[in-house]
Design a protein around this ligand. Structure first.
Ligand code: E4P
Length: 217
């Protein structure tokens, strides 16, 4: 399972890249706005920090402008993945860009039928938002199960990129379902390392080791 970090904070991405566990980055217009930086600059900088796909999202809603934005974003770096909303125009742009060889991440997916359309439009990734579905009392992870099954039934190459991940249980459930990717904030990635028994065990080992008076090096 691939891990993407969902942020436009370059220092966080640098730290995540140093773990050796980072496979890519996702951003969205809200995250770019939060960074307070020019989008092209921040995307270019992120692309230098990771060889993996970096999702940069178009912000227009009509076909022509969205297509022009997608081509512009793709021109920033060779690992830019153009992110498009799951609308009729967005999927039309997805088909055009995919046919040109540009990877596309179709975002704001909230139903299995939407995911089916995105796969038929040639999307590289589909981003179902599990947390936002849970927030309104729907079953976010049930949607992942449906999409994984549908994609397997028809051997679509589109990868299921679980988005709006809020906590480690989402990651566990997504992994058990066989989702290809999970994107999450840096805080959630850090939570994955933690277990109280790891901390307690390490503390005891180090205390016992100190009693020996030895050093390894
Ligand atoms: C993913 O690409 C999205 O940017 C992200 O997962 C949205 O998460 P949120 O629902 O926490 O804003």
């Amino acid at each position: 399972m691939k891990f993407f970090v969902d942020t436009a904070d370059v220092s966080e991405i640098r730290a995540m890249a140093q773990t050796g566990l980072l496979d890519g980055v996702t951003t969205n217009p809200s995250l770019i706005a939060k960074s307070g930086r020019k989008m092209a600059d921040v995307i270019a900088e992120i692309c230098e920090l990771t060889p993996g796909p970096v999702s940069a999202e178009a912000v227009s809603t009509d076909f022509e402008t969205m297509l022009a934005e997608g081509r512009y974003l793709r021109g920033i770096a060779k690992n830019v993945c153009v992110k498009l909303p799951l609308t009729e125009a967005g999927l039309r742009v997805c088909r055009t860009l995919s046919d040109e060889g540009t990877p596309v991440n179709v975002t704001l997916c909230f139903s299995a039928n939407q995911a089916l359309l995105a796969a038929k439009a040639g999307a590289t990734f589909i981003s179902p938002f599990v947390g936002r579905l849970d927030d309104i009392g729907q079953d976010g992870m049930g949607l992942i199960a449906d999409i994984v099954q549908i994609y397997r039934n028809y051997t679509f190459k589109t990868e299921v990129l679980v988005a709006s991940v809020r906590h480690p249980v989402h990651v566990l459930q997504a992994a058990k379902l066989g989702a290809h990717v999970a994107t999450m904030g840096p805080a959630t990635i850090r939570m994955l390392f933690k277990h109280p028994l790891t901390d307690k065990g390490l503390e005891a080992f180090l205390a016992d080791w100190a009693k020996t008076g030895q050093s390894i090096l």
